[in-house]
Design a protein. Structure first.
Lengths: 127, 136
């Protein structure tokens, strides 16, 4: 058997930017489709008395379905990473803070990760 | 733009940009407003976590949470949040025809059709949310 003559290609420096961009774009799409209706009902129409939410027990029972909890967590976590990615670049470009590259990235993605974990804990231990 | 040490690198030429460069032109203000919609998205996600938390703590905690939401100042703030969320949705949907090129056979599906499809998707998703929260 002939020994391979070609050596392994030089390692390509991989960027983790596409990964965060994917979270940003899927979170942006989910938030665009679902958040206006959610906010309109929960944060505006119901407090103003325009619509009435089901009683506490019924809402809790709805969240008893594990699929609903998982879907809610995915929505929350992706939206948070959408915020992290977009706000990170708003700070860099808007406020000319490119020199704080590492710090801003850590605070944004770290904040989204921590709140996603909190959401997972809340959803897993409720009721 | 990460600065790193390089041997014999010439000095960079960097024009100093004022911090409020984006107030100079209407299109810049539009751009930064669009980017800042992420704050409303993050806030709404955090509020949903808070709502689920209050729901899980029991009936009294839930009553306290919804009571706090009904204060006039909070409602006014949330109306602003809703307006920003709508701005996010509109700008996001209108980006879709530019981001995706769909072909049927040899012909490219026109931008308007893709846009209408996305609006229909938004309507369906909103109806689903309303049904899940109110109609179940």
């Amino acid at each position: 058997m002939a020994t391979p003559t070609t050596s392994a290609p030089a390692p390509v420096k991989r960027s983790n930017e596409p990964f965060f961009w994917l979270l940003f774009s899927s979170g942006g799409t989910l938030a665009a489709l679902l958040f206006p209706a959610l906010a309109a009902i929960l944060l505006v129409a119901s407090p103003l008395g325009w619509v009435s939410l089901p009683p506490h027990g019924e809402l809790l029972a709805g969240l008893g379905n594990p699929l609903v909890r998982v879907a809610l967590w995915v929505l929350v976590a992706l939206s948070l990473f959408h915020w992290a990615h977009r706000f990170r670049f708003t700070l860099y470009d808007g406020l000319q803070l490119q020199h704080l590259w590492g710090l801003i990235a850590t605070v944004c993605y770290g904040g989204a990760a921590v709140l996603s974990l909190v959401a997972a804990w809340v959803l897993a231990t409720m009721g | 733009m990460r600065a790193s040490y390089e041997l014999y690198r010439p000095r960079w030429y960097r024009r100093r940009m004022p911090i409020f460069w984006w107030l100079r032109k209407g299109s810049y203000v539009w751009f930064i407003t669009r980017e800042l919609t992420s704050l409303a998205v993050g806030y709404t996600a955090a509020m949903m976590v808070a709502a689920v938390w209050a729901l899980g703590r029991g009936e009294a905690a839930w009553a306290g949470f919804t009571g706090a939401l009904a204060s006039p100042l909070v409602v006014a703030f949330h109306a602003l949040v809703l307006a920003v969320l709508l701005f996010h949705t509109l700008t996001w949907l209108h980006l879709a025809p530019k981001a995706m090129v769909v072909r049927l056979g040899a012909r490219r599906v026109p931008d308007g059709a893709i846009l209408v499809g996305h609006y229909l998707g938004w309507a369906a998703a909103s109806a689903l949310v309303a049904w899940a929260l109110l109609g179940g």
